[in-house]
Design a protein around this ligand. Sequence first.
Ligand SMILES: C[S@@+](CC[C@H](N)C(=O)[O-])C[C@H]1O[C@@H](n2cnc3c(N)ncnc32)[C@H](O)[C@@H]1O
Length: 319
Amino acid sequence: MTQSQTISKIADTFDINTIYARRLFHIANKDNLFDDIAKILEEKPKPFVKWVGGKRQLLKQFRLLNLYPPANFDPKLNKYFEPFVGGGAVFFDLLPEKAELSDLNEELVIAYNVIKNDVDGLIKSLKKHKYEKEYYLKVCAKNPKELSNNVEVASRFIYLNRTGFNGMYRVNSKGGFNVPFGRYNNPIICDEKNLRRVSKSLQKVSINHQDYKEVLKNAKKGDFIYFDPPYYPISKTASFTSYTAESFLENEQTELRNTFAELHKRGCFVMLSNSDTPFINKIYSEIPSAKITKVEAGRTINSKGSKRGKITEVLVTNY
Ligand SMILES: C[S@@+](CC[C@H](N)C(=O)[O-])C[C@H]1O[C@@H](n2cnc3c(N)ncnc32)[C@H](O)[C@@H]1O
């Protein structure tokens, strides 16, 4: 078997992307290749927050469509950018050597940086939390801006994400966190092993609190950019775009489309997810080199049993 055939076999056997499969091929023990890879995979870091719109369940479809990762992206020479990082499902799937992550949610970005720079302090603080409604409400009511340091900001943020309803992040117009207490059986507030793995994976990665457009400052020819913005609503009532206090409607979606086009001109590989709506299809069909592929989302349109149906999303690529 040639090296590239072995790498494809690793990707198929373990259901992982080819970039990561290639990396595993190089680091694993060749005498015991598949067993060793299985061991390394058990220790692979995964997202440390639950995030609405998380892409984990869609990645396999992207991969089987041969759209992810872009075949000609070279992670040794070029960088990966994820400017709407959220829980970072794609970053943790790809685990690229060179990456720049960013998001407009400041507490989320603080959490990434605290995990990167002071995982011990964070673990110590997370261990102090309790899964109790009254305690939850007290933590909820604290203003993150008034906490004494970033370890406490990250600790509060992760605690609320783990114990709040559905891992939602929702703030009111004054920026106060207003997600109800979630009912779980023993939620894991401090996943120490995973936090340490995440910390290791972030050591060479920069994580910034900034608008996605800042990606235009550093992205170069050959870099790979994945955009997973707040989705354009499929109906007027379905609008869920409140990860931050800002909204992301027609104007913002069109500006993002322009950024996509700009990065394409520069020679970057660009991939973007969004809802499958006439508006989104229209704005991306205005870029001649953009390819729009429909993928089945793991979500259903309506929670009422009788009206359940699979909804589609689009994956837009310029390659
Ligand atoms: C759909 S979520 C991303 C989900 C992510 N792919 C995952 O796997 O968890 C969209 C993210 O965009 C962020 N966001 C919203 N407006 C933004 C902006 N103008 N620039 C950068 N990030 C923004 C939100 O804070 C949120 O984390």
